[in-house]
Design a protein around this ligand. Sequence first.
Ligand code: MTE
Length: 320
Amino acid sequence: MTKVKRLTENDVTPKAAYLNRRRFLAGGAALLGGATIGAEAWARPADWMLQQVKQEWPTTYRVDEAITPEYDATHYNNYYEFGTGKNDPVRNSQNFRTDPWSVQVSGACNNPGTYALEDLIKAKDLEERIYRFRCVEAWSMVIPWLGFPLADLIKRLDPTSDAKYVAFETLVDRDQFPNQRALRPAIPYPYIEGLRMDEAMNPLTLMAVGMYGETLPNQNGAPIRLVVPWKYGFKSIKAIVRIHFTNEEPPTTWSNAAPREYGFYANVNPTVDHPRWSQATERRLPTSFFNPNVIDTLMFNGYEEEVAHLYAGMDLRRFY
Ligand code: MTE
């Protein structure tokens, strides 16, 4: 079952280096985050990828809030392919194979094709972004991601004027994903998501290949996932194998499953409640009985300045 590799000598140095960086950059917050770091190391993707992630990287965006302890970010996950419990992803994903990995690019672009992951990721392009991450279920974290702007990749793929949206797909592999071979899968697979082209090109939109100074743990979407910090977490699709440019709004997993509850846009919005619960506040993890740590949810998850213009004139109650 779970095959969690114990920390080795080799793992210690870079991780320690990361913590030093964090202390330097985030002061006290890093200490909070550091308390549980170092207890475990995950099954890792290929060496080449580790090498890419181990290089120096600049921190190009950060919020001045305590970074969520790595333990919480890696043990409280949504990844239905591995099961619907918050603990299922970490338990069931440790043998997931992320190498070799390729991403198929199709649709309205001049450079379609199948790209090996190593052709998409270069150390020099990696940057760290410390973002708030707000799930539609009203919990949130602050995560130091490592990745590169989706816009940079899209420019290389050279979309045509027909490309109004970009769609993403997660791997389908019944051997590796227990919920995909379940008698009654929790959701239809593949998991699919999409963005309007201007959202995809927004400088905040990140293709993440790491977090906490390491490659992504499998349960967090290794080897490559999307991070759209002003949208509910379900937009941030994991383990991407396909990118498709299209002129029509693509269907998405959760708006297909429950269209009244989850929309295509899914912008974090404290004034538009989910039909079954309020979105005005959120539980900032970790929480406990004595410290529920409930905070106000911010419009566009606090990224209003960067993204509000994308929705000027739109009725956000209708386009939720
Ligand atoms: N991607 C895939 N392929 N499958 C999923 O079930 N869950 C989404 C999103 N991406 C999901 C997914 C949801 S609901 C959330 S909140 C985030 O992943 C959770 O990311 P995290 O586990 O890294 O916090």
